[in-house]
Design a protein around this ligand. Structure first.
Ligand code: AMP
Length: 195
């Protein structure tokens, strides 16, 4: 049983690590970005509401995002834990998540932060944009998403740090090495908080 959260700037390799960790730990990956993208391509009402925010690299308003996460965390496959990817991204989302978990008597075991410097991020995302054609991977949108990450999400990570459940790994290292360090860090935090 592991309840995990993964955070990191766009292009840090967070998505790749999220896939690998969810597979290795046998827990579902809940990526708010993927959920929004799938609503967008299915042209659901939620997708239509979220489109302009995704295209601009802006955060989708909390009431939409948190309702989507709350509903997802109620599904049966999260009984054995989960890996939340890309949520919470703001302090108010963090408070909402605390409330959602508290109401079902749950807590997070660990928060994994995947780090990378800005130039490496921009380089990787421009490459990804050519490969995948994501509308939010132009250089100005990338820089905007990075700024939002610094302003809105880093305070969230710092607060988890103060709770003593944060594990930071360097996302620019070899991909297997990042996964191994992450797994080791998560186990260390779990062992420490279990005592
Ligand atoms: P990601 O793939 O995690 O970078 O997310 C892609 C886009 O989805 C973001 O730029 C936001 O527009 C939206 N999004 C994903 N997660 C959140 C969140 N927790 N709060 C608000 N918007 C989000």
């Amino acid at each position: 049983m592991t309840r995990l959260l993964i955070a990191g700037p766009p292009g840090s390799g967070k998505g790749t690590q999220a896939h690998r960790l969810s597979e290795k730990l046998g827990i579902p990956e809940i990526s708010t970005g993927d959920m929004f993208r799938s609503h967008l391509s299915d042209q659901t009402p939620l997708g239509n509401q979220a489109k302009k925010y995704l295209d601009a690299g802006d955060l989708v308003p909390d009431h939409i995002t948190t309702a989507m996460v709350r509903e997802r965390l109620q599904q049966d496959d999260t009984g054995n834990g989960f890996l939340l990817d890309g949520y919470p991204r703001t302090l108010s989302q963090m408070e909402n998540l605390d409330g959602i978990l508290e109401s079902s008597g749950k807590t997070l075991d660990a928060v994994l932060e995947v780090t990378a410097d800005d130039d490496e991020i921009v380089r990787r995302l421009l490459l990804r944009s050519r490969a995948e054609g994501r509308s939010d991977d132009t250089e100005s949108v990338i820089r905007h998403r990075l700024q939002l990450y610094r302003e809105e999400t880093q305070p969230v990570i710092a607060r988890y740090g103060r709770r003593g459940i944060l594990v930071s790994v360097d996302g620019t290292a070899d991909v297997d090495h990042v996964t191994a360090s992450a797994l080791k860090g998560i186990e260390t935090v779990k062992a420490r908080t279990a005592t």
